[in-house]
Write a protein that binds this ligand. Structure first.
Ligand code: NAI
Ligand code: 13P
Length: 325
């Protein structure tokens, strides 16, 4: 197959490396200097250092040529999804596509498939999501993720076509559930980073992961998701990975907040996107409108907005009235 990966950050590069073992892959970046450097040194030194680009992977700054493919993967941060899709939709023959960004769009609070419905209507598409740190996928370590699409047959076909012995792909037709799992786990990873950074222990972390899953589930059900999706890779799988794995940028944001660093400096020094930072506010806003109770998300928002210190946010969570589980 010919595959276009649109977006050459850590995750786009890792997916391109993994897929290039069996397919011809073009890795598009909007930054032509980055493309020239990747072509010369066969490595994406800023976003994924130490992971060689294999032969079947061609870096490119030519969006239109890259799109002459059987399938495209949009792997920009969520903030770039709308403009990238608008360009894709203008192609003479737009290919079917997957997006791999996680979150709710800043300002609109839309899930990615709702952005897709506004800019890329009528095209076959779905989300690729689940527990998958870029560095591990690029090194060829085993991972399993989900492709979810409203059209379950499309999800199954594309999962079959892209599946490999390194990256196992499951299919799902619960698009909303898959997206909610991937979006909200980043907010909860910030919470776990805060808790671990404050030295609150393993019991506290297990409580946050478990009650966090309850928040994800309540929010997802209110948006029309299926409960069982949250027990799968896109739900519990990604939540556990991101809340406990130090490769997570969102978790690292929480750790640094607990250490007293300012949010602006943390995100500047990270060198990568941490989607939970902007998604937290959007989840809290939509949850309020839906009358869904999300106390951990609210506490993360209060810390991110500087209304509470990390320690005060934990104290506020623990001071809540006992309730039925
Ligand atoms: N890194 C990981 O392990 C994983 C990341 N993701 C998700 O994938 C998405 C991308 O993440 P990363 O690649 O890790 O981010 P990153 O911060 O490593 O790289 C982002 C890349 O996107 C480019 N970019 C930014 N805005 C753009 C735009 N408007 N148009 C085109 N390119 C643009 C940047 O120049 C950069 O190359 C995020 O939504 C993230 O949550 C999902 C699974 C795993
Ligand atoms: O989504 C991810 C793993 O599945 C990556 O998480 P971070 O963006 O927190 O690094």
């Amino acid at each position: 197959m010919k595959i276009a990966v649109l977006g050459a950050g850590a995750w786009g590069t890792a997916l391109a490396i993994s897929l290039a073992a069996r397919h011809r892959v073009t890795l598009w970046s909007r930054d032509s200097a980055q493309v020239a450097a990747m072509a010369a040194i066969r490595e994406n030194r800023h976003y994924l250092p130490g992971c060689p680009l294999p032969e079947g992977l061609a870096p490119s700054a030519d969006f239109e040529s890259a799109l002459q493919a059987d399938v495209a993967l949009v792997v920009t941060p969520l903030a770039g999804l709308r403009e990238t899709l608008a360009r894709l939709a203008r192609a003479p023959v737009p290919p079917p596509f997957l997006w791999a960004c996680k979150g709710l769009e800043a300002g609109t609070g839309l899930l990615p498939h709702q952005v897709v419905a506004e800019v890329g209507p009528g095209l076959q598409s779905g989300v690729l999501t689940g527990p998958s740190f870029a560095e591990e996928v690029a090194r060829g370590l085993p991972a399993a993720v989900t492709i979810a699409a409203a059209d379950g047959a499309f999800a199954r076909d594309i999962a079959q076509a892209l599946n490999s012995e390194r990256l196992r792909l499951y299919a799902n037709d619960d698009l909303v559930g898959a997206e909610v799992g991937g979006a909200v786990k980043n907010v909860l990873a910030i919470a776990c980073g805060i808790s671990d950074g404050l030295g609150l222990g393993l019991n506290a972390r297990a409580a946050l992961v478990t009650r966090g899953l309850a928040e994800i589930t309540r929010f997802g059900l209110a948006l029309g998701a299926r409960r069982e999706t949250f027990m799968g890779l896109a739900g519990m799988g990604d939540l556990i990975l991101t809340c406990t794995g130090d490769l997570s940028r969102n978790r690292r944001v929480g750790l640094a907040l607990a250490g007293g660093d300012a949010l602006e400096a943390i995100t500047r020094n990270l060198g990568h996107v941490a989607e939970g930072v902007s998604t937290a506010r959007e989840v809290a806003r939509r949850a309020r409108a839906l009358e869904v109770d999300m106390p951990i998300t609210d506490a993360v928002c209060a810390v991110l907005e500087g209304q509470l210190t990390p320690a005060a946010a934990v104290a506020a969570l623990m001071a809540r009235e006992p309730k039925a589980e």
